[in-house]
Design a protein around this ligand. Structure first.
Ligand SMILES: Cc1ncc(COP(=O)(O)O)c(C=O)c1O
Length: 402
């Protein structure tokens, strides 16, 4: 179809989803969309089997403790999971080390605890290439550091952090280590045991190819997360407090079974396609995009000189233009969807010096993008950059007097 939308906003949410995901969500909800764990009739057990099967599957997928799949707890999204983790682990007097690469779903709960809860925090900067140096984390750790949280993959500049090295440092110092895998789960292999990760947060609607409204935590056996909410679990209703046992400890109310179905089908799709292949395909397109953009005068790319340990996310600005205006032109004139602004990651932009120009334009490539999509994006940026350069020249030209 001519002039169809070119969707390059997969870091916001992967779209479209694989066909089997749409199909299974609908089929499952129609056939067995009952409340699991509440009753003993067959359909209820079938729903419970899907839910608990997914705990097992995702525990294995993340390299968690396979003999404790109940510690894979579902919530609404990564933000919800990170809040449960941060409020459930930190107390007054604790220090937390995190980074300038974090999303507001880490920055804000941490800042609230610093402002209102007697917690201390250190935000470690990234280096010029966009990576957090393990040594910088080591230096930030204090005697009262309880937790280190590192964003596995930046949703702005796309760099993938050296979790295994940071994990080793945390384990040696007996500090808990957690990560936010919102951008990496489904494209970068993760193994909590090998990476010495104690807690991992995920969201279902990005590269895991599930739906919106589901995410969660994978918590290793030796970690205790305090409950910060309470309510119905469908189990032991006479007990006046929330259950301490997992998964109920971190789950509240009716689960999102449509999301569970979507995430299960997403796991099927990932297993069938292989995440290494999925990532390689996206990175081939990312390399083509970066190579093309690099040639364009007036275009500034951030942290993608080399695309090793990188996601298929590319941020840029064009000389003389605000990021938002570039995004509007891409949308209105070329039907290309990107995301502009600060991307809920203000510290990245503070460090890059891009707050004043209202952030950057982010192109994020997904599984269903094609080479022609990338050609179209390069062509559009070339035209916009040329327009901007010409506008500058025209504006700056002195008036001609005859
Ligand atoms: C790195 C990172 N963390 C957390 C989130 C929040 O995810 P959600 O909106 O699904 O809670 C996002 C979403 O863009 C993200 O990119």
């Amino acid at each position: 179809m001519e002039n169809a939308l070119i969707y390059l906003d997969n870091a916001a949410t992967a779209w479209p989803k694989p066909e089997n995901v749409y199909r299974f969500m609908m089929d499952f909800y129609r056939a067995a969309g009952v409340n699991p764990g509440r009753s003993g009739f067959d359909l209820c057990l079938e729903a419970g089997t899907l839910l608990d099967g997914l705990r097992k599957r995702m525990t294995k997928f993340f390299g968690g403790d396979e003999d404790a799949p109940e510690r894979l707890c579902f919530g609404y999204n990564a933000t919800d999971a990170l809040n449960l983790m941060i409020y459930g682990l930190l107390s007054a007097g604790d220090h937390v080390v995190t980074t300038n690469l974090e999303h507001n779903s880490v920055i804000r709960p941490v800042n609230h605890l610093v402002r209102d809860g007697g917690v201390q925090a250190t935000f470690v900067p990234f280096n010029g290439a966009g990576f957090v140096e393990p040594d910088a984390i080591a230096k930030a750790i204090r005697p009262n550091t309880k937790l280190v949280i590192v964003n596995h993959g930046s949703n702005v500049i796309g760099t993938v952090q050296p979790l295994a090295e940071i994990g080793r440092i945390c384990r040696e110092r007996d500090v808990l280590f957690a990560t936010d895998t919102s951008q990496t789960a489904g494209v970068i292999p993760i193994n909590m045991k090998a990476m010495n990760l104690d807690v991992l947060a995920f969201t279902g609607h990005k590269a895991l190819m599930g739906s919106m409204g589901i995410g969660g935590l994978c918590v290793r056996k030796h970690v205790t997360i305090r409950q910060t909410r309470s309510g119905g679990t469908g189990v032991n209703s006479v007990y006046p407090y929330h259950l301490e046992e997992y998964p109920w400890r971190l789950e509240y109310g009716t689960p999102n079974m449509v999301g569970v179905a979507a995430l299960s089908a997403g796991q099927d799709w990932l297993a069938e396609n292989g995440i290494e292949k999925i990532h390689a395909r996206e990175m081939k397109l990312a390399q083509k995009l970066v190579d093309g953009l690099r040639e364009i005068e007036g275009v500034h790319l951030y942290c993608c000189d080399r695309l090793e340990n990188h996601l298929s996310t590319v941020a840029l600005n064009i000389d003389g233009m605000e990021a938002g205006d570039v995004g509007t032109m891409l949308d209105m004139d070329y039907n290309i969807a990107t995301r502009t602004g600060l991307h809920c990651a203000p510290l990245v932009h503070k460090q890059l010096g891009t707050v004043e120009i209202h952030g950057s334009v982010r192109f994020s490539i997904g599984q269903f993008n094609t080479e022609p999509d990338i050609d179209a994006a390069i062509h559009a940026v070339r035209e916009i950059a040329a327009w901007s350069a010409q506008r500058k020249t025209t504006r700056q030209s002195p008036p001609v007097h005859n």
